[in-house]
Design a protein around this ligand. Structure first.
Ligand code: NDP
Length: 338
């Protein structure tokens, strides 16, 4: 069994030196367990947080422990009454070829993902669920309203924008570079997508949101938030999903303190800013999500671009690249043929 463990905690952006590839023998399969073979490995920004020992909503990954991750796996051997050999499952194998499970952390692959198992990590799994709950439960978009979403072509952002369009909203994405923006407009159906590296981002956003912004789905933070905040409408909603611009920061920000402006805007405009952690706040709504998203996916009303890589040993480099925006779509690694 090859596995990638956390060798040291990163300062700033993670490097290859923070990871170590190891081989080990698997323990014997016990009664009530299954042996899982990882086929698809999900790489997600939250893993950067788990590499650090700063306080968070889950404990950090221990040094020398295998990197955690959602995976799509096949049951290789089963001594568990509920799982048959050959079956697909959504599991938490982490960055390794094989894992043992007692079944409690396993879910069956949703029906709508049968033709495309990796979607169990994205459209019909964690990132799609994040987009769905954050936008609909916290953002509460109404037809005709303006919704802005950051990291617009990513795993979460691309789905947020498409759901907002299905709800009849005017949707503006913000993404890194002309190619991603073109994709958001032409393939995802966004009304407009703006490049966050363009120095005129603030003016462009103002001109494409003539009626202000009702919902801002925050994935990024940093300078993107600075240009969005002044355009928020009274009673606007901000689902605070992620702050990826800061994940690699190794020291507190040296920017001027903007807290008074932020609090002033929240007060005067009566904004609702709500953070959420999908795995902790919404497990009770997962079945509803899978039903609705399964229908949209089957009807081809929501699409997903995946950024597919091969080989477990490439995971550290792919992961570091994602944090810098080198990915284009949901990042998945094919660990074994599917
Ligand atoms: P993505 O597929 O969107 O990949 C990350 C993207 O972030 C990059 O491609 C890049 O896109 C963008 N990015 C990185 N750095 C910056 C920066 N400095 N400024 C602007 N954009 C940047 O990842 P996900 O869709 O998986 O995750 C999106 C966000 O959602 C993350 O913040 C993540 O932590 C959060 N999340 C939160 C969850 C929760 O429960 N709260 C659950 C799942 C995800 P570009 O090139 O367009 O800039």
């Amino acid at each position: 069994n090859r596995r990638i463990v956390l060798a040291s905690r990163p300062h700033g952006a993670p490097t290859e030196a923070n990871f170590r590839l190891e081989s080990q023998h698997l323990p014997q399969l016990a009664e009530g367990q299954v042996l899982l073979r990882t086929v698809w490995l999900s790489l997600d920004p939250y893993m950067r947080g788990r590499m650090s020992d700063a306080p968070s909503y889950v404990p950090p990954i221990a040094i020398d422990a295998v990197m955690g991750a959602g995976t799509i796996a096949r049951v290789e051997k089963s001594r568990h009454a509920d799982f048959m050999e050959g079956e697909w499952v959504v599991s938490q194998n982490g960055w390794q070829d094989f894992a043992l499970s007692d079944g409690r952390d396993l879910q069956r692959l949703p029906e709508a993902a049968r033709q495309h198992p990796s979607w169990g990590l994205s459209l019909l799994g964690m990132t799609g669920f994040t987009a769905y709950m954050g936008l609909l439960d916290i953002g509460q978009p109404q037809a005709g309203e303006t919704v802005v979403v950051a990291a617009a072509t990513g795993a979460v952002g691309s789905v947020v924008g498409q759901i907002a369009r299905l709800k009849g909203c005017h949707v503006i994405g913000i993404a890194g570079g002309a190619e991603k923006c073109r994709f958001a407009e032409q393939m995802l159906g966004f009304d407009r997508c703006l490049d966050h590296r363009d120095p005129s981002l603030a003016e462009q956003l103002r001109s494409y949101c003539p009626d202000g912004i009702d919902v801002y789905f925050e994935n990024v933070g940093g300078k993107v938030f600075d240009v969005v905040l002044p355009l928020m409408n009274p009673r606007g909603r901000i689902p605070l999903c992620g702050l990826i611009a800061d994940y690699n920061a190794s020291a507190p920000s040296t920017l001027p303190d903007r807290l008074p402006q932020l609090q002033g805007a929240i007060l005067r405009k009566r904004l609702r800013v709500q953070g959420f952690i999908i795995t902790q706040d919404y497990p009770h709504r997962f079945d509803e999500f899978v039903r609705q998203m399964g229908q949209w996916v089957t009807e081809k009303r929501i699409v997903l671009r995946e950024d597919i890589y091969d080989g477990l040993d490439n995971a550290p480099e792919i992961f570091a690249g994602m944090l810098e925006g080198r990915n284009f779509g949901k990042v998945v690694v094919r660990v074994a043929p599917d």
